[in-house]
Ligand binder design. Structure first.
Ligand code: KIV
Length: 271
């Protein structure tokens, strides 16, 4: 009896090899089956089931309200679609800070219930014990430094982080601590390009940037932003590859007009 392997083609080890070869890593978010299928087939290396689902899927202003159950639902839908990419799932706010046993329980739930490949956690030294405990259970962890949206109420703004020397020094220290703890990669969000370049050159694990310049080993964007579905968000770092907001609005408008005018359905579109 043959059993089809569920192991996907991109592994954490492969990402390290890509860094060593100088091959850039393409990462995008996805939250549902249909989108993940397209993103995977188009050749993205890492799919992040980000807690940005709180914003773009659920309409919350911050990422804080999303729950572990909601993240698991999104991750299950994504994993069912993906054949090649590595699937990483965000641990949501309140499921890993302050208590490493809770952190491990949350990560284990994600791995068991979704069959994803890894989890991502925001923060450095302050969450190191949680990172170590999760990794000790054999679960790969991606770090996340710089602008960490789960701490928005502490920052008070979504502006660029680590422009001051003290914060930049802490970020470099945190990046090394995450690498030493066994993280396979680290996201650097909205920090000066020169600082991201320094971290990237000092670490052996790949850095994935968002608003952190071109020296990072890879890049990540939120899929709704890069496809232009969401028009309200236009930071300098965002490159829009489509204007789906216009395409979708015009398409839905044409459908409404066709229904109202009795043009749809016609004789060929009925039984
Ligand atoms: O939740 C998310 O989409 C993220 C990316 C912006 C890195 O964490």
């Amino acid at each position: 009896m043959s059993v089809e392997s569920n192991l996907r083609a991109v592994t954490t080890l492969r990402l390290t090899e890509m860094k060593q070869r100088g091959e850039k890593i393409a990462m995008l978010t996805s939250y549902d089956f249909s989108m993940a299928k397209i993103v995977d087939a188009a050749g993205v290396d890492v799919i992040l089931v980000g807690d940005s689902a709180a914003n773009v899927m659920a309409g919350y202003e911050t990422t804080l309200p999303i729950t572990l159950d909601m993240m698991i639902y999104h991750a299950q839908s994504v994993v069912r679609a993906v054949r090649r990419a590595l699937v990483v799932v965000d641990l949501p706010f309140g499921t890993y800070q302050g208590n490493s046993k809770t952190a491990l329980d949350s990560a284990v739930r994600i791995m068991k219930e979704t069959e994803a490949d890894a989890v991502k956690i925001e923060g450095g030294e302050e969450i190191l014990e949680s990172v170590q405990r999760i990794i000790s259970a054999g679960i790969p962890v991606m770090g996340h430094l710089g602008l960490t949206p789960q701490s928005i109420h502490k920052f008070g703004t979504y502006n660029v982080r680590a422009k001051e020397q003290a914060e930049a020094d802490k970020l470099v220290r945190d990046a090394h601590l995450l690498e030493q703890a066994g993280c396979f990669s680290v996201v650097l969000e909205k920090i000066p390009a020169a600082l991201a370049a320094r971290v990237t050159s000092e670490l052996h694990i790949p850095t994935i940037g968002i608003g952190a310049g071109g020296a990072c080993d890879g890049q990540v964007l939120v899929i709704h932003d890069m496809l232009g579905i969401n028009k309200d968000f236009s930071p300098r770092f965002l490159r829009r590859y489509a204007d789906l907001h216009t395409v979708m609005t015009e398409s839905v408008g044409r459908y409404v007009a066709d229904v109202k005018s009795c043009d749809f359905p016609n004789e060929k579109e009925q039984y």
